[in-house]
Design a protein around this ligand. Structure first.
Ligand code: ADP
Length: 186
């Protein structure tokens, strides 16, 4: 079955929405809100995030620069397969290194890779401290923590930038969807 046949079957041109940003920026929350929004518009989607990838496919990987690169490479390969299968992928990973995101762009394909920078300020992410990770990183219990003891390289030319401290989840996801939904229409 050709990619075009699959696009016709599912009524969409697949793409990967690549959400990047600090821990606690709102990537996973936005990915699931986007899934809900897009599903409501008839799009078949799938969320890739730490919970379904880090604990399975990539459970042998840690957080060194090398392992982060391999983590992103595998995620990009999975996203590409899912796109080939016709699905819209919403991926929610810190993906702190520009070079790793460029590799993901190459693997997934320039025309299918939609980079979104979830640019919530670090002070807000740390206040949220959803999983208590910032506190543990500050105390030295966690090494190589993005924003504290490991770098974050912001995208230079993302398709969209969203600061989740300025909009509710529903508003933020609807705003984002408006930006890239035309790209998905069959
Ligand atoms: P990440 O996946 O980037 O690590 P999460 O989505 O796990 O971040 O956590 C973000 C936290 O911020 C959640 O507790 C979420 O409820 C909260 N939050 C508050 N406002 C927003 C918003 N507008 N968009 C996304 N998340 C928000």
């Amino acid at each position: 079955m050709s990619l075009e046949d699959r696009a016709a079957l599912l009524g969409q041109h697949p793409a990967t929405v690549w959400l990047t940003g600090l821990s606690g920026a709102g990537k996973s929350t936005l990915a699931f809100a986007l899934e809900h929004y897009l599903t409501g518009k008839g799009h078949a989607c799938f969320v890739l995030d730490g919970d379904n990838v880090r604990h399975g496919l990539n459970r042998d990987l840690g957080f060194s620069a090398e392992h982060r690169t391999e983590n992103i490479r595998r995620i990009a390969e999975v996203a590409r397969l899912m796109n080939d299968a016709g699905l819209v992928v919403l991926s929610a990973f810190i993906s702190p290194y520009r070079a790793d995101r460029e590799l993901a762009r190459q693997i997934i394909g320039e025309d299918r890779f939609i980079e979104v920078y979830v640019a919530t300020p670090m002070v807000i992410c740390e206040q949220r401290d959803v999983k208590g990770l910032y506190q543990r990183a500050r105390s030295g219990e966690i090494a190589d923590f993005t924003g504290i003891s490991a770098p974050y390289e912001p995208p230079e030319n993302p398709m969209a930038i969203i600061d989740t401290s300025l909009a509710t989840v529903d508003v933020a996801s609807a705003q984002l969807a408006q930006i890239f939904m035309p790209r998905l229409r069959f």
